[in-house]
Each structure stands twice: as structure tokens, then as C-alpha cells.
Design a protein around this ligand. Structure first.
Ligand code: MG
Length: 265
């Protein structure tokens, strides 16, 4: 009898667990979730795609010009960043929103899956540069331990020149300048593409110095430097102090609010 009762209790518990209404999923309010909006933009927005094509169309034009100008030059190099420059990691960001987690949680396992899709226009541009005889170098701040998986991901989509000597991972520093200097010893870097200014030149510093440097270098954008859109992350929030203990949100808003005048007050 005791066994029968226990069995019935267990059976009812099992049935209850099977028939219970599924747990309510957390409701997202896109307008209140900056990362969700940014992530959707970098995956779904036609404007994002258009910006990428625009960037790589300009890049194509530049290598065409350079090839015409220096047809016999064999050491011209194109240097590209990987994440959000040639590979799109917005699915990883979507997972972070869903799990309410933050980088670097799950980052390595995402990279090891080699599942990131190409940024629009990237494969076509790099294959074109390769066909004209340009050297292509991938300089990324992914950790060196992710090199094989990263190369596998790039090869999956037929990116050119994905060889050991053409893929520079992060070893000791996130600063890409030392790696660019190594490449420069043998090659003339004529074009760089990235979603973060540090992919293009030595870009340490904070706001407003970062912006002042961009202004000083303005004639190089679309000529030597190609910038890709990344609304999800980058160096700029840290440059604004947004990751500090007391992020200066109020004072940043105050500066912007000056433009409002008395409207809607
Ligand atoms: Mg990047």
C-alpha cells in the first residue's frame, strides 16, 4: 500500500510537471534595452547592410586606383580587423541579451563554433584585392588560443589568404600598433579596415581627444581608412567613462541638452 501511494504521488508530480504552463519568458522592451536595439541593428537593419556595402565599395575603388597607380608594386598590403569588420557576431550579442550575460562569458565557445557569418561585402572585397595581388592580413584581438577556430570560420566563407602568417591574433596586448609594425617591416600597408579606431591607427585616449584625432585625420577616411558600423560595442563607451564606477551620464546629457534650448521643458 505504501509503495502504491508513493508511486501515485510520484506519478501526479510527474504529470503536474508535464502539464504545467511553460514559464513566462521575460518580456523585452526594445526601446529600453540599448544592447538589444544595437544588436538588432547590426543583424536586421537594411541600413547596416547598406553601410557595409558602402564601406567595401569604397575599399574596392581604392585598391583599383592603387593597382593602376603602382601596377608593379608587389608588397602592397590590406589589413583588416575580424570582428564586426569581416565577421558578424551579432548572434553572440543576442545570446548575451537573452542570458543577461556579458563579454567574455560564452565568447570562446561562440568563436570555437566558427559560426559567424561574413559582414556584407567583405568576402567580395578581399577576394578582389587578392586577385589584384594585394597581401591581405587579418589583425584581431581574439585570443591566440582561438586562432584555429577563427581561421576555420574565415575559410568556411572563402576569405582569401587565411594562412598562419596572415592571421595575427592577440598575444600580450590589445594595442594593434606593434602587430602593424611587424607587417610594415615587409609590406606597405596601403589600406586598413575596422569597426574600432584602434584597428586603423594608434587610437588610445578618451573623449574628446578621440574625436579631435578623427577630425585631424578626416582626409584619410575612405582613402586609407575604411570604417565599418558597429553599434554593439567598441572602445568609445570606455572613452566616455561609461564603464567607470560613477559614469558621468548626467553631465553627458547636460552637454547634449544645451541644444534643446527651452523646447519641451
Ligand atoms: Mg572589430
Amino acid at each position: 500500500m505504501k509503495i502504491k501511494t508513493t508511486f501515485l504521488i510520484l506519478l501526479s508530480a510527474l504529470l503536474f510537471s508535464c502539464t504545467r504552463a511553460p514559464q513566462q519568458k521575460q518580456a523585452y522592451n526594445p526601446a529600453d534595452n540599448a544592447l538589444l536595439m544595437a544588436t538588432f541593428y547590426n543583424y536586421y537593419a537594411a541600413e547596416y547592410q547598406a553601410l557595409c556595402y558602402q564601406a567595401y565599395n569604397v575599399a574596392k575603388e581604392r585598391v583599383t586606383q592603387l593597382h593602376k597607380e603602382f601596377p608593379k608594386k608587389k608588397n602592397m598590403a590590406v589589413v583588416v580587423d575580424i570582428d564586426e569588420t569581416v565577421l558578424n557576431n551579432s548572434p553572440y550579442q543576442a545570446l548575451s541579451v537573452e542570458k543577461n550575460s556579458h563579454y567574455p562569458q560564452c565568447w570562446d565557445s561562440w568563436c570555437e563554433q566558427a559560426a559567424a557569418k561574413p559582414v556584407p561585402g567583405a568576402v567580395s572585397f578581399l577576394r578582389y584585392a587578392d586577385s589584384l595581388g594585394f597581401q591581405v592580413f587579418y589583425v584581431t584581438n581574439r585570443n591566440i588560443k582561438l586562432k584555429a577556430a577563427t581561421m576555420k570560420n574565415l575559410r568556411k566563407f572563402n576569405f582569401p589568404q587565411v594562412t598562419d602568417g596572415h592571421v595575427y591574433m592577440k598575444t600580450t596586448t590589445s594595442d594593434k600598433e606593434p602587430r602593424r609594425q611587424v607587417i610594415s617591416k615587409q609590406y606597405d600597408i596601403v589600406l586598413l579596415a575596422g569597426d574600432n579606431l584602434g584597428d586603423l591607427y594608434e587610437a588610445s585616449g578618451k573623449y574628446p581627444q578621440r574625436n579631435q584625432k578623427v577630425k585631424a585625420l578626416r582626409n584619410n577616411f575612405g582613402v586609407k581608412y575604411i570604417v565599418l558600423p558597429n553599434s554593439m560595442y567598441g572602445t568609445w563607451p570606455a572613452g566616455l567613462g561609461l564603464f567607470s564606477k560613477n559614469p558621468p551620464v548626467d553631465s553627458l546629457l547636460k552637454v547634449m541638452a544645451k541644444s534643446f534650448g527651452n523646447a519641451c521643458r
